[in-house]
Design a protein around this ligand. Structure first.
Ligand SMILES: Cc1cc2nc3c(=O)[nH]c(=O)nc-3n(C[C@H](O)[C@H](O)[C@H](O)COP(=O)(O)OP(=O)(O)OC[C@H]3O[C@@H](n4cnc5c(N)ncnc54)[C@H](O)[C@@H]3O)c2cc1C
Length: 443
């Protein structure tokens, strides 16, 4: 992607970050004729973790007008997921829950670039290799974003003033860090993620058999997740390689240097049944191992009268249900609606931001309830989560309730579903479909 030209001194909205949250925010706003400027600190394409997408995301990419471009890219289409959790095997097939379109396994460098280029083609002014440093809210009607422009030989500093700031800086959480509102999840679940890539890995299909890699566009894979004594692992089949993630309890890996972590990762891949079989003919891609510690956090305040934090800049819990990108897209749609209305009627902007705060906290609370074994003091408002459960379309809720049975993480979620009065009906239906839980895989 090219990033050329002078960064203007003033605009309506500055978006910080060009991941799925930032690029879709810029698209929505530009499509409405709003002047929007996006600053992304890295050159694109850039690597990113988070390659398994559940089919909810299509409804947002339809709104953004980018679904056709995604379809023609030819990403791997997945039919669902299989988990082996505490030796119990569960399978989800999306088409059983009313989804006519597949989930995807995407190379995130390709996917994120496609979304960012789409934003640009819709009229957003995109500047890559420009890093936002801080935001000055001294004048509430004209916040100023200070940035460092790294495109030339010298890093030059600059600033741009705007009516609204959108923080989509991912786990850097630029604004929550500036405000001191970022909280680490206080849970037993303190994990580090290690992930790397293999060529020639076999993969697990929806038929519960393993298949050769060259079949992956023909016989749809599932996302494979499996628990083990220190955490859990994922296997995501991409077009040219497989993404393998090893989630490990922080205590287990404390004090290990990079070489020791790499050895731990490779040993885990060799030791675990099922995963070991899929990787038996595969080769590890040298230097492909990356890691992210303590990835579960949230911001106590995510919307203000002149700013909105969206995507991972607002919160992230755990990738076990593959809903990070979907959460980012949902909250982007809500936040940009609030900004559009605020630009039309600035007297109400505080009210819009309050409504948005409550809606977005509800959504993030919902996802924390699903992914965490315990609530602790992690900012989950139980009443908001229950209201959301009651408001979800029946099939969408059912898919989430089925997901909540796939691990031992969701006891609180089930309790909330009982209190919301949506669990009993589901449990009855689930009993009828119980044979879906099977005892073996053919790998
Ligand atoms: C281990 C792990 C596995 C995951 N697996 C999945 C999965 O399978 N499926 C799924 O849906 N989600 C998954 N996720 C979550 C997913 O990666 C994120 O939810 C998603 O990328 C969020 O998008 P975003 O746009 O908010 O942030 P990002 O994709 O992180 O984008 C943020 C962008 O902001 C830029 N930026 C940061 N700071 C600045 C700054 N100061 N100035 C300018 N730019 C800046 C960054 O360079 C980056 O490009 C996973 C997460 C983890 C940790």
């Amino acid at each position: 992607m090219q990033s050329i030209g002078e960064i203007p001194a003033q605009t309506d909205v500055v978006v910080i970050g060009g991941g799925p949250a930032g690029s879709s925010a810029a698209t929505y706003l530009a499509q409405s004729g709003i002047d929007v400027l996006l600053l992304e600190r890295q050159a694109f394409p850039r690597n990113q973790v988070g390659e398994s997408l559940i089919p909810h995301f299509w409804k947002f990419t339809d709104l953004l007008g980018v679904s056709e471009k995604i379809e023609s890219e030819g990403f791997v289409r997945k039919s669902g997921g299989i988990t082996v959790w505490n030796n119990q095997i569960h399978q989800i097939t999306f088409s059983r829950y009313g989804y006519s379109r597949p989930g995807l396994h995407v190379e995130r460098d390709v996917f994120d670039r496609l979304l960012l280029e789409h934003a640009q083609s819709c009229g957003a002014r995109v500047f890559t290799e420009v890093s936002a440093a801080s935001v000055d809210f001294g004048d509430a009607h004209w916040p100023v974003v200070h940035f460092i422009d790294k495109r030339g030989a010298d890093n030059t500093q600059g600033s741009v003033r705007c009516r609204y700031v959108i923080d989509a800086s991912g786990h850097s959480c630029l604004l929550a860090s500036q405000f001191g509102t970022r909280r680490q999840i206080s849970s037993e679940l303190k994990f580090l993620a290690l992930w790397g890539y293999f060529t020639k890995s076999r993969y697990l299909g929806a038929d519960r058999n393993s298949h050769a890699p060259e079949k992956c566009l023909e016989i749809r894979p599932v996302t494979f997740v499996m628990s083990y004594e220190h955490g859990w692992v994922w296997h995501i089949m991409l077009r040219e390689k497989a993404s393998i993630g090893v989630i490990v309890h922080t205590d287990r890996i404390r004090g290990m240097n990079k070489a020791a972590r790499t050895a731990f990762f490779q040993q885990t891949c060799r030791d675990l049944p099922h995963l070991r079989d899929l990787l038996q003919p595969a080769s590890f891609i040298p230097d492909s191992l990356q890691f992210r510690p303590d990835y579960s956090y949230y911001a106590t305040r995510i919307c203000g009268e002149n700013y909105y934090c969206i995507g991972d800049a607002a919160a992230f819990v755990d990738p076990v249900f593959s809903h990070g990108v979907q959460n980012a897209l949902y909250n982007t749609a809500v936040a940009t609606l609030a900004i559009k209305e605020s630009l039309k009627n600035s007297r109400l902007r505080k009210r819009y931001s309050q409504l948005c705060e409550s809606r977005m906290q509800q959504f993030y609370g919902f996802s924390r309830a699903l992914s965490l074994g315990d609530f602790g003091a992690n900012g989950v408002d139980r009443e908001l989560v229950k209201t959301m459960m009651k408001a979800l379309p029946e099939l969408e809720l059912e898919l989430l309730l089925v997901a909540s049975a796939m691990t031992n993480r969701s006891e609180n979620f089930k309790q909330l579903a009982r209190e919301a009065g949506v669990w009993d009906d589901f449990a009855e239906r689930a009993a009828v479909t119980a044979p879906d839980t099977i005892a073996s895989l053919s790998l």
